[in-house]
Design a protein around this ligand. Sequence first.
Ligand code: HEM
Length: 444
Amino acid sequence: MVDEAADRLELDDIQRGVLSPRPAPYAATYILLRIDDRDTGRELMRRASAVVPSAAATISPAGDAWISVALTFEGLKALGVRQSCLDSFVPEFQQGMAARARALGDIGESSPENWEKPLGTPDVHVVVTALAPDAQRLERALERGRNAYERLPGIKAIWRQDCHVLPTEKEPFGFKDGISHPLVEGSGVPGSNPAEPPFKAGEFVLGYRDETGGFPPMPQPEVLGRNGSYAVFRKLHQRVAAFRQYLRANSSNAQEEELLAAKMMGRWRSGAPLALSPERDDPGLGADAARNNNFLFGDDPRGFKTPASSHIRRANPRDASVAGAVRLHRMIRRGTAYGPPLPEGVLEEDGADRGIIFAFIGSHLKRQFEFVQSEWLNDSVFIGASAEKDPVSGANDGTGIFTIPRRPVRRRLQGLPRFVITRGGEYCFIPGLRALRWLSDPQT
Ligand code: HEM
């Protein structure tokens, strides 16, 4: 018999940043901390538990500002968490993102030896994220966060990345982002696709039943693992000029460029999905949260509207017929843009660093994030087209292929370069609030 009480999410113990979608518009800051002294690290956890809001503290999901605190495996070690607890974390978290580089397609320019320091090094212990609807409220949230770690000798801020919505409210390639997210049972946060049934909370928060009917492996003791989630944080540099040049070189006019961009993404830049508006952009549809994610792919098996190889259809094939169980690879995802926008119409690289900080949240690093990244974005066996990778974020190398199904004959684009370079990242654990307090005095 299913115990419903056991399935009820303890919102007051889950960090708000796990379940709340980012505000739109938004401002965000990521700060990495190193713990040089175990006892001050523990004091930091105590203070953090007092400033991190819970998922119950929200009136409206896009309401106020909040900060989140996550730890890397090295961070847990720096706090002196005992070995038996460390061993209870999943192996991929213990190894860390840099060690998983090959499987993630982080090769060549994207490989860890080329990452921005200190990303991917054992120095990164704590990831503090502040998110707010605007710069003023962000500053106030940061102030609360700084009170927790400043004046603590033994805690050193070693990296910072500021992110902000671009004037266009689009990500750097020019597409509306932050549209599709799963409905998590019991979260109180509305879903984005009425045609997608809600997900068992255990897919995203540890300690609850997931879509398989079982419980995901949870770090021990229970006070540490319960109400926690795994998180992936990646700095992804975007080659915006190269992306624009590619569109220009493979189109004969501006209208065709827009169609090609939409075919690569699966949505027009406005956010309007090809599934609902295959011929032309529909900005009204793109802006309408009630409609812009209300679709499936089952009526388009051959991809005449939305190519099977487009970014959003690869990242979430919905009801399309693919090898594997789509619902086991869904993710909570947050993208925030950094760097100055490349001015409209510019086709030459200006040397500026711009892109997104990609964030994943879920219970399963391997079957959610790593699977989507390696099997769906960087491989195509699942759609029966082995030589293709995601045309937008895939690990292409200048010989990439992208197929656009068309009548009477498909269009096959060649020579796709890599538009997105990994600058670094970390696998993290986002503890619940009780767990943060426990970490301030873990029995070692
Ligand atoms: C710089 C790199 C990337 C860019 C510019 C980008 C951009 C976008 C955009 C514009 C959307 C559509 C809007 C939305 O549904 O929110 C989207 C959707 C999505 N992306 Fe990405 N993305 C990038 C990397 C990634 C990576 C690395 C992953 C996973 C490993 C990923 C997974 C997803 C997923 C799951 C969706 C939602 C698909 C759906 O449910 O329709 N993206 N992305």
